[in-house]
Design a protein around this ligand. Structure first.
Ligand code: F0G
Length: 396
Protein backbone atom coordinates (compact mmCIF):
# COMPACT_ATOMS: atom_id res chain seq x y z
CA UNK A 1 0.00 0.00 0.00
CA UNK A 2 2.74 2.49 1.02
CA UNK A 3 4.70 1.83 -2.15
CA UNK A 4 1.60 1.92 -4.40
CA UNK A 5 0.71 5.36 -3.12
CA UNK A 6 3.75 6.78 -4.91
CA UNK A 7 1.97 6.42 -8.25
CA UNK A 8 -1.32 7.89 -7.02
CA UNK A 9 -2.42 11.33 -8.35
CA UNK A 10 -3.13 12.44 -4.78
CA UNK A 11 -0.59 14.98 -3.40
CA UNK A 12 -0.47 13.38 0.04
CA UNK A 13 0.05 9.91 -1.39
CA UNK A 14 2.98 11.27 -3.41
CA UNK A 15 4.67 12.59 -0.27
CA UNK A 16 7.27 10.29 1.27
CA UNK A 17 5.98 11.39 4.67
CA UNK A 18 2.20 11.31 4.29
CA UNK A 19 2.13 8.00 2.46
CA UNK A 20 3.19 6.45 5.77
CA UNK A 21 0.37 8.23 7.68
CA UNK A 22 -0.76 5.02 9.40
CA UNK A 23 2.50 5.17 11.41
CA UNK A 24 2.09 8.87 12.33
CA UNK A 25 -0.31 10.79 14.57
CA UNK A 26 -3.52 11.90 12.84
CA UNK A 27 -3.67 15.36 11.23
CA UNK A 28 -6.81 16.03 9.14
CA UNK A 29 -6.07 16.22 5.42
CA UNK A 30 -7.43 19.74 5.01
CA UNK A 31 -4.54 21.02 7.16
CA UNK A 32 -1.79 19.07 5.42
CA UNK A 33 0.93 21.18 3.79
CA UNK A 34 3.12 19.18 1.45
CA UNK A 35 5.85 19.87 -1.08
CA UNK A 36 6.08 16.13 -1.98
CA UNK A 37 8.95 15.70 0.48
CA UNK A 38 10.69 12.41 1.19
CA UNK A 39 11.05 9.59 -1.35
CA UNK A 40 14.77 10.30 -1.35
CA UNK A 41 17.31 8.09 -3.11
CA UNK A 42 19.45 5.40 -1.55
CA UNK A 43 22.81 5.36 -3.33
CA UNK A 44 25.47 2.68 -3.35
CA UNK A 45 28.83 4.31 -2.50
CA UNK A 46 31.56 2.23 -4.19
CA UNK A 47 34.47 4.66 -3.83
CA UNK A 48 33.72 5.49 -0.21
CA UNK A 49 33.21 1.77 0.37
CA UNK A 50 36.73 1.00 -0.89
CA UNK A 51 38.13 3.85 1.21
CA UNK A 52 36.55 2.51 4.40
CA UNK A 53 36.81 -1.21 3.66
CA UNK A 54 33.03 -1.57 3.88
CA UNK A 55 31.82 -3.13 0.66
CA UNK A 56 28.13 -2.88 1.45
CA UNK A 57 27.95 0.88 1.93
CA UNK A 58 24.94 3.03 1.00
CA UNK A 59 23.96 6.64 1.54
CA UNK A 60 20.38 7.78 1.96
CA UNK A 61 20.37 11.31 0.63
CA UNK A 62 17.96 13.42 2.64
CA UNK A 63 19.45 16.46 0.88
CA UNK A 64 17.27 15.46 -2.10
CA UNK A 65 14.22 17.00 -0.45
CA UNK A 66 12.28 20.07 -1.70
CA UNK A 67 14.39 22.58 0.28
CA UNK A 68 17.49 20.35 0.03
CA UNK A 69 17.74 19.08 3.59
CA UNK A 70 16.24 16.37 5.80
CA UNK A 71 14.28 19.03 7.70
CA UNK A 72 11.41 18.89 5.18
CA UNK A 73 10.18 15.49 6.38
CA UNK A 74 9.56 16.81 9.88
CA UNK A 75 8.49 20.24 8.74
CA UNK A 76 5.62 19.10 6.51
CA UNK A 77 4.08 17.44 9.53
CA UNK A 78 4.82 20.12 12.15
CA UNK A 79 3.78 23.00 9.89
CA UNK A 80 0.53 21.15 9.23
CA UNK A 81 -0.08 20.90 12.97
CA UNK A 82 0.50 24.68 13.24
CA UNK A 83 -2.11 25.14 10.52
CA UNK A 84 -4.49 22.84 12.35
CA UNK A 85 -3.94 24.92 15.50
CA UNK A 86 -4.94 28.06 13.59
CA UNK A 87 -1.62 29.86 14.10
CA UNK A 88 -0.75 32.75 11.83
CA UNK A 89 2.93 32.86 12.89
CA UNK A 90 5.48 30.05 13.14
CA UNK A 91 9.05 30.50 14.38
CA UNK A 92 12.36 28.71 14.81
CA UNK A 93 15.98 29.22 15.80
CA UNK A 94 18.24 27.63 13.24
CA UNK A 95 21.68 27.03 11.81
CA UNK A 96 20.03 27.53 8.41
CA UNK A 97 18.30 24.38 7.23
CA UNK A 98 15.37 24.34 9.63
CA UNK A 99 14.72 27.99 8.81
CA UNK A 100 14.81 27.38 5.05
CA UNK A 101 12.41 24.50 5.41
CA UNK A 102 10.09 26.25 7.85
CA UNK A 103 9.89 29.35 5.66
CA UNK A 104 8.93 27.25 2.64
CA UNK A 105 6.18 25.28 4.40
CA UNK A 106 4.83 28.39 6.11
CA UNK A 107 4.58 30.09 2.72
CA UNK A 108 2.77 27.06 1.24
CA UNK A 109 0.37 27.03 4.19
CA UNK A 110 -0.25 30.78 4.05
CA UNK A 111 1.33 31.42 7.46
CA UNK A 112 4.00 33.94 8.36
CA UNK A 113 7.38 32.80 9.64
CA UNK A 114 9.99 34.25 12.00
CA UNK A 115 13.55 33.02 11.69
CA UNK A 116 16.26 33.56 14.33
CA UNK A 117 19.73 32.71 13.01
CA UNK A 118 23.24 33.40 14.31
CA UNK A 119 24.69 36.38 12.46
CA UNK A 120 27.54 35.43 10.12
CA UNK A 121 27.42 31.72 10.97
CA UNK A 122 25.11 30.28 8.35
CA UNK A 123 25.76 29.63 4.69
CA UNK A 124 24.47 31.96 1.98
CA UNK A 125 22.54 29.17 0.32
CA UNK A 126 20.40 28.65 3.41
CA UNK A 127 19.99 32.34 4.18
CA UNK A 128 18.88 33.04 0.62
CA UNK A 129 16.16 30.41 0.89
CA UNK A 130 14.42 31.93 3.89
CA UNK A 131 14.51 35.35 2.19
CA UNK A 132 12.88 34.07 -0.98
CA UNK A 133 10.23 32.14 0.94
CA UNK A 134 9.30 35.39 2.64
CA UNK A 135 10.32 34.82 6.26
CA UNK A 136 11.03 37.64 8.69
CA UNK A 137 14.71 36.77 9.05
CA UNK A 138 16.54 38.08 12.14
CA UNK A 139 20.28 37.63 12.27
CA UNK A 140 21.09 37.79 15.98
CA UNK A 141 24.55 38.68 17.24
CA UNK A 142 24.94 35.38 19.10
CA UNK A 143 25.31 31.68 18.32
CA UNK A 144 22.58 29.07 17.68
CA UNK A 145 22.21 28.34 21.39
CA UNK A 146 21.67 32.06 22.04
CA UNK A 147 18.96 32.14 19.35
CA UNK A 148 17.18 29.21 21.03
CA UNK A 149 17.18 31.01 24.39
CA UNK A 150 15.54 34.11 22.94
CA UNK A 151 13.01 32.09 20.96
CA UNK A 152 11.96 30.13 24.05
CA UNK A 153 11.24 33.42 25.83
CA UNK A 154 9.42 34.84 22.82
CA UNK A 155 6.95 31.95 22.52
CA UNK A 156 5.91 32.57 26.14
CA UNK A 157 4.88 36.13 25.28
CA UNK A 158 3.58 35.92 21.70
CA UNK A 159 1.16 33.52 19.99
CA UNK A 160 3.76 32.03 17.68
CA UNK A 161 4.05 28.30 17.07
CA UNK A 162 7.49 26.84 17.82
CA UNK A 163 8.88 24.75 14.99
CA UNK A 164 12.24 23.70 16.43
CA UNK A 165 12.86 19.96 16.68
CA UNK A 166 11.61 19.87 20.29
CA UNK A 167 8.22 20.00 18.54
CA UNK A 168 7.04 16.35 18.67
CA UNK A 169 5.49 16.55 15.18
CA UNK A 170 8.94 17.31 13.73
CA UNK A 171 10.30 14.10 15.22
CA UNK A 172 7.25 12.15 13.98
CA UNK A 173 7.73 13.35 10.40
CA UNK A 174 11.46 12.64 10.54
CA UNK A 175 10.70 9.03 11.45
CA UNK A 176 9.70 8.43 7.84
CA UNK A 177 13.33 8.60 6.64
CA UNK A 178 13.98 5.35 8.51
CA UNK A 179 10.70 3.76 7.43
CA UNK A 180 11.39 4.58 3.80
CA UNK A 181 14.95 3.29 4.15
CA UNK A 182 13.68 -0.08 5.35
CA UNK A 183 11.20 -0.17 2.47
CA UNK A 184 14.10 0.49 0.06
CA UNK A 185 16.03 -2.39 1.64
CA UNK A 186 13.01 -4.73 1.34
CA UNK A 187 12.58 -4.57 5.15
CA UNK A 188 15.98 -6.21 5.64
CA UNK A 189 17.71 -3.85 8.09
CA UNK A 190 21.39 -2.93 7.67
CA UNK A 191 23.83 -3.60 10.51
CA UNK A 192 24.59 0.08 11.03
CA UNK A 193 22.96 3.45 10.40
CA UNK A 194 25.19 6.50 10.90
CA UNK A 195 23.84 10.02 11.41
CA UNK A 196 25.33 13.45 12.16
CA UNK A 197 24.48 14.85 15.59
CA UNK A 198 23.67 18.52 16.18
CA UNK A 199 20.55 19.35 18.16
CA UNK A 200 19.93 15.56 18.09
CA UNK A 201 16.37 15.64 16.76
CA UNK A 202 17.20 13.58 13.68
CA UNK A 203 18.85 10.74 15.58
CA UNK A 204 15.89 10.74 17.98
CA UNK A 205 13.38 10.53 15.11
CA UNK A 206 15.22 7.82 13.20
CA UNK A 207 15.77 5.86 16.41
CA UNK A 208 12.10 6.16 17.40
CA UNK A 209 11.10 4.80 13.99
CA UNK A 210 13.49 1.85 14.28
CA UNK A 211 12.16 0.92 17.71
CA UNK A 212 8.54 1.23 16.57
CA UNK A 213 9.12 -0.81 13.40
CA UNK A 214 10.79 -3.50 15.49
CA UNK A 215 7.86 -3.47 17.89
CA UNK A 216 5.40 -3.80 14.97
CA UNK A 217 7.56 -6.62 13.53
CA UNK A 218 8.08 -4.74 10.28
CA UNK A 219 11.79 -5.45 10.85
CA UNK A 220 13.19 -8.51 12.59
CA UNK A 221 16.22 -6.85 14.23
CA UNK A 222 17.48 -3.40 15.16
CA UNK A 223 20.30 -1.72 13.24
CA UNK A 224 22.87 -0.02 15.48
CA UNK A 225 22.34 3.74 15.25
CA UNK A 226 25.61 5.67 15.69
CA UNK A 227 25.87 9.44 16.10
CA UNK A 228 28.83 11.50 14.91
CA UNK A 229 29.71 15.04 16.02
CA UNK A 230 32.33 17.55 14.94
CA UNK A 231 35.18 17.78 17.45
CA UNK A 232 34.51 21.48 17.98
CA UNK A 233 30.81 20.88 18.69
CA UNK A 234 30.87 17.60 20.60
CA UNK A 235 28.81 18.00 23.81
CA UNK A 236 26.94 14.73 23.23
CA UNK A 237 30.12 12.78 22.44
CA UNK A 238 31.63 14.08 25.69
CA UNK A 239 28.47 13.37 27.63
CA UNK A 240 28.55 9.71 26.58
CA UNK A 241 32.31 9.16 26.72
CA UNK A 242 33.18 11.18 29.80
CA UNK A 243 30.02 11.05 31.88
CA UNK A 244 28.42 7.79 30.74
CA UNK A 245 25.43 9.83 29.55
CA UNK A 246 24.63 10.97 33.11
CA UNK A 247 24.89 14.66 32.26
CA UNK A 248 25.59 16.96 29.34
CA UNK A 249 27.87 19.95 29.76
CA UNK A 250 26.93 22.73 27.30
CA UNK A 251 29.87 24.24 25.42
CA UNK A 252 30.65 27.07 23.03
CA UNK A 253 30.59 25.28 19.70
CA UNK A 254 32.84 25.97 16.73
CA UNK A 255 33.07 24.09 13.43
CA UNK A 256 33.12 24.88 9.71
CA UNK A 257 30.20 22.45 9.45
CA UNK A 258 27.93 25.30 10.53
CA UNK A 259 24.75 23.19 10.42
CA UNK A 260 25.91 21.33 13.52
CA UNK A 261 27.55 24.22 15.33
CA UNK A 262 25.49 23.55 18.45
CA UNK A 263 26.74 23.48 22.05
CA UNK A 264 23.59 22.66 24.00
CA UNK A 265 21.54 20.06 22.09
CA UNK A 266 17.86 20.01 23.06
CA UNK A 267 17.14 16.33 22.37
CA UNK A 268 20.23 14.75 23.94
CA UNK A 269 18.31 12.56 26.37
CA UNK A 270 16.14 11.11 23.61
CA UNK A 271 19.24 10.49 21.48
CA UNK A 272 20.93 8.77 24.40
CA UNK A 273 17.99 6.40 24.84
CA UNK A 274 18.15 5.54 21.13
CA UNK A 275 21.89 4.97 21.29
CA UNK A 276 21.49 2.63 24.22
CA UNK A 277 18.43 0.82 22.83
CA UNK A 278 20.08 0.09 19.47
CA UNK A 279 23.62 -0.51 20.76
CA UNK A 280 25.08 2.33 18.66
CA UNK A 281 28.23 4.38 19.29
CA UNK A 282 29.28 8.02 19.38
CA UNK A 283 32.31 9.47 17.59
CA UNK A 284 33.87 12.85 17.03
CA UNK A 285 35.71 13.91 13.89
CA UNK A 286 38.14 16.72 13.11
CA UNK A 287 37.63 19.59 10.67
CA UNK A 288 40.10 18.07 8.21
CA UNK A 289 38.46 14.65 8.48
CA UNK A 290 35.11 16.28 7.64
CA UNK A 291 36.56 18.08 4.61
CA UNK A 292 38.22 14.91 3.29
CA UNK A 293 35.05 12.86 3.77
CA UNK A 294 32.97 15.50 2.01
CA UNK A 295 35.27 15.43 -1.03
CA UNK A 296 35.15 11.63 -1.05
CA UNK A 297 31.34 11.64 -1.03
CA UNK A 298 31.55 14.13 -3.89
CA UNK A 299 33.94 11.84 -5.76
CA UNK A 300 31.27 9.13 -5.68
CA UNK A 301 29.15 11.55 -7.71
CA UNK A 302 26.80 12.18 -4.81
CA UNK A 303 28.00 15.17 -2.78
CA UNK A 304 26.59 16.64 0.42
CA UNK A 305 27.02 19.59 2.76
CA UNK A 306 29.82 19.51 5.37
CA UNK A 307 27.66 18.43 8.34
CA UNK A 308 26.52 15.33 6.43
CA UNK A 309 30.11 14.29 5.74
CA UNK A 310 30.77 13.61 9.43
CA UNK A 311 28.99 10.29 8.80
CA UNK A 312 31.70 8.98 6.47
CA UNK A 313 34.48 10.44 8.63
CA UNK A 314 32.89 8.76 11.65
CA UNK A 315 32.54 5.45 9.82
CA UNK A 316 36.29 5.43 9.22
CA UNK A 317 36.87 5.76 12.96
CA UNK A 318 34.27 3.14 13.83
CA UNK A 319 35.98 0.77 11.37
CA UNK A 320 39.39 1.41 12.92
CA UNK A 321 38.00 0.65 16.37
CA UNK A 322 36.48 -2.58 15.04
CA UNK A 323 32.93 -1.48 15.88
CA UNK A 324 31.97 -1.76 12.20
CA UNK A 325 33.22 -4.95 10.53
CA UNK A 326 34.14 -5.23 6.83
CA UNK A 327 31.28 -7.59 5.87
CA UNK A 328 28.58 -5.52 7.55
CA UNK A 329 25.95 -3.42 5.78
CA UNK A 330 26.18 0.29 6.56
CA UNK A 331 23.90 3.20 5.64
CA UNK A 332 25.02 6.81 6.01
CA UNK A 333 22.30 9.43 6.36
CA UNK A 334 23.30 12.46 4.29
CA UNK A 335 21.31 15.35 5.70
CA UNK A 336 21.93 18.25 3.34
CA UNK A 337 22.62 18.95 -0.34
CA UNK A 338 26.06 19.95 -1.58
CA UNK A 339 24.75 23.28 -2.95
CA UNK A 340 23.73 24.42 0.54
CA UNK A 341 27.31 25.52 1.21
CA UNK A 342 29.31 26.04 -2.01
CA UNK A 343 31.67 28.42 -0.21
CA UNK A 344 33.11 25.55 1.82
CA UNK A 345 33.52 23.42 -1.30
CA UNK A 346 35.24 26.10 -3.36
CA UNK A 347 37.62 27.04 -0.54
CA UNK A 348 38.47 23.37 -0.07
CA UNK A 349 39.33 22.79 -3.72
CA UNK A 350 41.32 26.02 -3.96
CA UNK A 351 43.29 24.92 -0.89
CA UNK A 352 42.08 27.95 1.12
CA UNK A 353 39.78 26.25 3.63
CA UNK A 354 42.37 25.84 6.35
CA UNK A 355 44.75 28.67 5.38
CA UNK A 356 46.09 30.37 8.49
CA UNK A 357 44.32 27.97 10.84
CA UNK A 358 45.67 25.43 13.32
CA UNK A 359 44.73 22.67 10.86
CA UNK A 360 46.90 24.01 8.04
CA UNK A 361 49.59 21.32 8.30
CA UNK A 362 47.14 18.45 8.74
CA UNK A 363 45.23 19.81 5.74
CA UNK A 364 48.24 18.93 3.55
CA UNK A 365 46.78 15.45 3.22
CA UNK A 366 43.69 16.77 1.45
CA UNK A 367 45.69 17.79 -1.67
CA UNK A 368 44.93 14.52 -3.47
CA UNK A 369 41.23 15.34 -3.39
CA UNK A 370 41.43 18.95 -4.49
CA UNK A 371 40.25 19.91 -7.97
CA UNK A 372 40.85 23.64 -8.21
CA UNK A 373 39.51 25.30 -11.36
CA UNK A 374 42.18 26.35 -13.87
CA UNK A 375 42.01 29.69 -15.66
CA UNK A 376 43.28 29.47 -19.24
CA UNK A 377 43.52 31.61 -22.33
CA UNK A 378 40.59 30.95 -24.63
CA UNK A 379 42.41 28.76 -27.12
CA UNK A 380 42.22 25.10 -28.03
CA UNK A 381 45.92 24.45 -27.40
CA UNK A 382 45.67 25.53 -23.78
CA UNK A 383 42.68 23.26 -23.16
CA UNK A 384 44.37 20.29 -24.82
CA UNK A 385 47.51 20.89 -22.73
CA UNK A 386 45.35 20.89 -19.58
CA UNK A 387 43.64 17.67 -20.66
CA UNK A 388 46.95 15.95 -21.38
CA UNK A 389 48.40 17.17 -18.09
CA UNK A 390 45.45 15.70 -16.23
CA UNK A 391 45.78 12.40 -18.09
CA UNK A 392 49.44 12.11 -17.08
CA UNK A 393 48.70 12.87 -13.46
CA UNK A 394 47.62 9.97 -11.26
CA UNK A 395 45.26 12.26 -9.37
CA UNK A 396 41.64 11.94 -10.46
N1 F0G B 1 22.91 17.96 9.17
C1 F0G B 1 22.39 19.11 8.72
C2 F0G B 1 22.61 19.45 7.30
C3 F0G B 1 21.67 19.96 9.60
O1 F0G B 1 21.17 21.09 9.13
C4 F0G B 1 21.51 19.59 10.95
C5 F0G B 1 20.80 20.44 11.88
C6 F0G B 1 22.07 18.36 11.35
C7 F0G B 1 22.75 17.57 10.44
C8 F0G B 1 21.92 17.87 12.74
O2 F0G B 1 20.64 17.37 12.97
O3 F0G B 1 20.06 18.84 14.85
O4 F0G B 1 18.66 16.88 14.27
O5 F0G B 1 20.92 16.55 15.25
N2 F0G B 1 20.38 21.60 11.63
C9 F0G B 1 19.50 22.39 12.48
C10 F0G B 1 19.04 23.64 11.76
C11 F0G B 1 19.93 22.59 13.85
O6 F0G B 1 18.69 24.63 12.42
O7 F0G B 1 18.97 23.63 10.55
P1 F0G B 1 20.03 17.42 14.42
Amino acid sequence: MWLNRRTSPDALDQSGVWRFRELLPHIPEEHAITLREGNTPLYRMPRCGRETGVENLHAKHQGMNPTASFKDTGMTFAASSAHQGGFSWVACASTGNTSASMAAYAARGDMRSLVLIPDGQISWGKLSQSLDYGALTCQLRTDFDGCVRILNELVRQKPVYLLNSVNPYRIEGQKTAAIELMEQLAWEPPDHIIVPGGNLGNSSGIGKALLEMHELQLISRLPKLSIIQAQGANPFYRSVREFGGKKLEPMTADTLATAIRIGNPASWKKALRVLQATGGEVEEVSEVEIAVAKAEIGADGVGCEPASAVTLAGLKKLRRRGFVKPGEAVVLILTGHMLKDPDFTIKFHRGDLFAGSAEETEAGKTKQLQHAPVVLDANLGAVIAALEGAERSSIR
